[in-house]
Write a protein that binds this ligand. Structure first.
Ligand SMILES: [Zn+2]
Length: 540
């Protein structure tokens, strides 16, 4: 058993952190990560020092299969997990995806509640159990580490659940997961369910008992903590609590609750809290999912004290109103790090320090972009550099890039209809169009549509400043759809009109890529481009 010592007092047991941001979190409609973005998030999760990364559901799309493969080959440290239904083909594909990982794990799931057994599978408890055991044995024949999830466990008859758990352990499961798939559990009851399994299941000590909670009643973190108090030792969770519907249990809430209240829980995790904020920002930005300002731990206001009494207390002694130190989460005052005169060497050093691995072409593109931003913005902060690097590696060098924004011009003013003129390039050919619009941004988007020759429905549009300075870098995120395909685009610039135009063009490039390659059955991540994806609405 992995233990650590708490200042010479009693040993603290370890809670294993299983991150499913790239699988359950990615099921959010419109999250649309491509394989390169999934890899970048996985590398960051490794820096965060989670124990397991559930990298995807390989059978769901060729894009997901190749993304999981890339993660298995390149990400060292955590166990790499692939999800599979209790179906031979799923398990084979999962194994194909992760077989090269340092520590691979196949994760098989099958419903155990009567609702799932009867309504979803049209079978009975005994046949479902038999199918689960067969699937588990097959997975075990391929991979030594196999996790078994009893989907919808919180609505399962506890006696039957105990029987399933006992038999899958006997058949070779190394981790057994008890999911609250629909977010129905309440803490006391869920804790009892876990305690009951520990009592009733004779071979329970042979596995790591895990829980997977959803947040439909806002209880995912509370249910997870109740479960570890009653014997669960693995927690399944996502960064920023992302996930289908109301989301999954939030990684940062669980990790920081255990850490802050170690006097009570007497557990520890291996999570490097200093990486929490950076992970949160990366996931939010790449998935186009903003974090609510008052979100625990990672919200923009989580450490903002606005009442005078609190401010006074904080100035006298921070512990009067502050239970978590922001610097422990990697939150620092905006550090001015570089200027236009910093030069290639300093930039390369800083990028390396931040953990990015760029090839020569990527570095040159970053350097060029850095110079043009530094020229307008003078001071480049830590956060700006993240955006510049991500912008270059995810958009400008993407294989989905067909159109590029060359320039735009907008004329607007009091009582005048805004008019935009946009120039795009496509394979060295310059294309130009003008359009009026209700506002300057709409005019730009319409002019782009004119050039591309098709109409795109704008589903979501956000603009955000990276730092709170006047000359801040603005990030625009747009979500557009066309012919049932949906895509996300991001752009950054010190000029928000330009950032918006870049984001729109990127989204259109992605849609174009899907439309062109999907019909040829290419390996691109087309899952998110389908309105209805075949197997993803499972959520163990
Ligand atoms: Zn789930």
């Amino acid at each position: 058993m992995d233990t650590t010592h708490n200042k010479g007092k009693e040993p603290m047991e370890k809670i294993f952190v299983f991150d499913t941001t790239l699988r359950d979190g990615e099921q959010v409609p419109g999250a649309c990560l491509n394989p390169r973005e999934k890899l970048e998030i996985a590398l960051q999760l490794a820096r965060l020092q989670v124990d397991c990364i559930e990298a995807g559901f390989p059978i769901s799309s060729p894009g997901d299969l190749s993304a999981v493969k890339a993660i298995a080959e390149k990400v060292k440290g955590p166990t790499i997990v692939a999800l599979a239904r209790a179906v031979r083909e799923d398990i084979e594909t999962a194994w194909e995806a992760i077989r090269k990982a340092e520590k691979p794990r196949i994760h098989v799931f099958l419903g155990t509640s009567d609702i799932h057994i009867q309504k979803k599978f049209g079978t009975d408890r005994e046949k479902a159990l038999e199918r689960g055991i067969d699937a588990l044995k097959f997975a075990k024949s391929l991979c030594p580490e196999v996790e078994y999830s009893t989907e919808d466990a919180s609505r399962t008859d506890p006696e039957y659940l105990a029987r399933v758990v006992e038999q899958v352990i006997a058949a070779g499961a190394t981790v057994v997961n008890i999911p609250d798939t629909v977010g129905y559990a309440v803490p006391q009851q869920f804790g009892k369910l876990v305690a009951g399994l520990r009592e009733k299941v004779s071979n329970i000590d042979q596995v790591v008992l895990s829980v997977h909670c959803h947040n439909d009643l806002g209880l995912a973190t509370a249910n997870t903590l109740a479960a570890i108090e009653n014997g669960a030792r693995q927690v399944e969770c996502t960064v920023n609590g992302l996930g289908e519907r109301a989301g999954n249990a939030s990684l940062e809430e669980i990790a920081i609750a255990i850490r802050t209240r170690k006097d009570y829980f007497k557990f520890h995790t291996s999570v490097n809290s200093q990486e929490i904020m950076r992970t949160s920002h990366l996931v939010s930005r790449l998935m186009g999912m903003p974090v609510q300002a008052n979100k625990a731990i990672v919200g923009a206001n989580a450490f903002a004290h606005s009442s005078g009494i609190h401010q006074d207390g904080i100035l006298k002694d921070r512990t009067t109103y502050e239970i978590i130190r922001p610097e422990d989460l990697g939150i620092t005052e905006h550090a001015m790090i570089l200027t236009a005169r910093s030069g290639r060497h300093a930039l390369k050093h800083k990028i390396g320090e931040k953990g990015y691995e760029l090839n020569e072409e990527e570095f040159e593109a970053v350097y060029e972009r850095f110079l043009s931003v530094a020229d307008k913005k003078k001071r480049i902060y830590d956060e700006d550099l993240d955006i510049i690097v991500q912008d270059v590696i995810f958009a400008h060098l993407a294989d989905t890039r067909l159109y590029s924004l060359e320039s735009y011009k907008v004329s607007t003013g009091n009582g005048k209809t805004p008019e935009a003129r946009v120039r795009l390039s496509r394979e060295d050919v310059i294309l130009e169009a003008s359009s009026p619009g209700d506002g300057p941004i709409e005019a730009i988007f319409k002019a782009v549509d004119k050039i591309v020759g098709s109409f795109h429905k704008l589903e979501d549009f956000q603009v955000k400043a990276v730092t709170e300075t006047k000359e801040a870098l603005g990030i625009a995120t747009v979500r557009v759809s066309r012919e049932g395909f949906r895509a996300l685009g991001r752009g950054s610039s010190t000029d928000i009109l330009r950032a918006s135009a870049k984001a729109y063009v990127e989204a259109i490039n992605r849609i174009h890529h899907f439309l062109q390659h999907h019909s040829q059955g290419c390996g691109c991540n087309n899952k998110c481009a389908h309105q209805e994806s075949p197997a993803t609405h499972s959520a163990a």
